[in-house]
Design a protein around this ligand. Structure first.
Ligand code: C5P
Length: 223
């Protein structure tokens, strides 16, 4: 039965953007609304799972009956993930994590100065790669790939490199897909299969993703 498919399972979802501070009043971020991750969390909850949602700053209400952990920066998200991933059965990384952060967070507001301004950035930790490296036997890990070019090739490479079980690829340039929208057009990439789905609501896509994850868990049990 649908409501019980994930009963007893612990699901961790990350969602939303990260904010990387430049000074006390400014930050670098991206257009992630958090909708995809929140809808996955809601779907998992409705399928009976015990859900933890680690979220960057978004304008959405927390889904009911979900353990919320709000964070600001990629480093905050990394800390929260490390504290929570070990006993999770399913980890879905829908967050749009900033790849870089300003090397220095200025203590005071950066003053207007010359005609150009240079800011040095340093790499953030790749949280999904960390999870892949530390993956437990029973865990299923699902990442996202949003690209504007060579979507499928890049996503397949990500799957292997980050030791994920599944990557959800979505092309920013397709109508009804990506940031802010309530719908998405996604391709589900597993180790041996690629399936492009029709446009659907982010909630339905969340359910579809979770069904694929159930299949992977069954396969693991059977192996
Ligand atoms: O390599 P790329 O950033 O495109 O991979 C996207 C996937 O990796 C997403 O699932 C995203 O949540 C995750 N990611 C991460 N930590 C980062 C960058 C991306 O967990 N620093």
């Amino acid at each position: 039965q649908e409501e019980n498919l994930l009963k007893g399972k612990k699901v961790l979802v990350t969602a939303g953007p990260t904010q990387e501070a430049l000074d006390p009043v400014r930050f670098i971020t991206n257009h992630s609304s958090g909708k995809m991750g929140y809808e996955i969390a809601r779907a998992a909850r409705n399928m009976g799972a015990d859900v933890t949602l680690i979220s960057g700053p978004v304008a959405l209400d927390a889904p009911a009956d979900v353990h919320m952990i709000p964070i600001i920066s990629a480093n905050d998200m990394f800390t929260a993930v490390k504290e929570n991933y070990k006993d999770m059965d399913i980890i879905i990384k829908a967050a749009a994590v900033g790849d870089y952060r300003p090397q220095i967070i200025a203590e005071n507001k950066i003053k207007k100065q010359g005609d150009t301004l240079e800011i040095k950035f340093v790499k953030n930790p790749d949280i999904l790669a960390y999870l892949g490296e530390h993956k437990k036997e029973h865990q299923v890990i699902c990442g996202f790939a949003m690209e504007t070019q060579n979507l499928i090739e890049n996503a397949k490479e990500k799957l292997m490199k980050k030791n994920c079980d599944m990557i959800i690829a979505n092309n920013l340039k397709v109508e009804g897909a990506g940031f802010q929208t309530d719908t998405n057009v996604a391709t589900i990439i597993k180790k041996d299969t690629i399936e492009t789905l029709d446009k659907m609501s982010k909630y339905d896509l969340g359910k579809t993703i979770l069904h694929h994850i159930c299949d992977i868990m069954d396969e693991k049990k059977g192996a």
